[in-house]
Design a protein around this ligand. Structure first.
Ligand code: ITT
Length: 205
């Protein structure tokens, strides 16, 4: 079976490749099938935006499609950047990290709590769609630590790991992360699909 991993973010794509690797599915990406799609993320929640992406991409690709909307909620900022995580500063990860650290410069460790959130959506060409949410709790560090992952990982201290997200190996990040948790919740559905869609027409790459 082929699954279309509908993200333009290479960091997310790497993680999905590892998270799906044991299922024996072929992973297609927007670059791989030369699909350029601009999905306006006009939803007010991670769920709404994940559905917008999944529906738009499944209509274009015509095969089971996985998309996610994710981001970092910071309690001292009333949940920002949240669904705006990729857009509130930019265009680079360094720009976004700098903006967040500037906003939090006078906030003490005890009030730097937050969480990564991921809502993953699996959409089928017949219109069926299922979503799952994963979160991981932590605190925003005062300065970046570590070189792994992507995005805000270097400034996110993962409470249950005792280090930054960027100090975890890729496998450890996938075990603890919001994305890993959301995808594990979707796995039974993906496995069921392997039976339902196993020998449907494939996209050539
Ligand atoms: P697609 O919409 O094409 O998937 P995107 O990067 O724009 O790519 P989002 O709209 O979901 O995706 O924005 C998510 C942003 O939240 C992402 O760009 C990072 O800045 C941040 N983010 C999400 N997951 C993250 C993670 O695991 N580690 C670090 N930062 C993350």
């Amino acid at each position: 079976m082929q699954i279309f991993v509908a993200t333009r973010n290479p960091g997310k794509r790497r993680e999905y490749q590892a998270l799906l690797s044991d299922l024996g599915v072929e992973i297609l990406t927007p670059e791989g099938i030369n699909l350029q799609l601009e999905v306006e993320e006009v939803g007010k929640t991670f769920e709404e935006n994940a559905l917008l992406k999944a529906h738009a991409y499944v209509a274009a690709a015509g095969i089971p499609t996985l998309a996610d909307d994710s981001g970092l909620e910071v309690d001292a900022l009333g949940g920002l950047p949240g669904i705006l995580s990729s857009r509130w500063a930019g265009p680079t990860d360094a720009d976004r990290i700098r903006k967040l650290l500037t906003h939090l410069k006078d906030v003490p460790w005890s009030r730097r709590s937050g969480r990564f959130v991921c809502v993953a959506a699996l959409a089928l060409p017949n219109g069926e769609v299922v979503t799952a949410r994963g979160t991981v709790e932590g605190r925003i560090l005062f300065a970046p630590r570590g070189t792994g992952g992507f995005g805000y990982d270097p400034i996110f201290y993962v409470t249950e790991a005792g280090c930054s997200m960027a100090e975890l190996s890729p496998a450890e990040k996938n075990r603890l992360s919001h994305r890993g948790r959301a995808l594990r919740a979707l796995r039974p559905r993906i496995k069921a699909l392997l039976d339902e869609w196993g020998d449907t027409p494939r996209l050539s790459t």
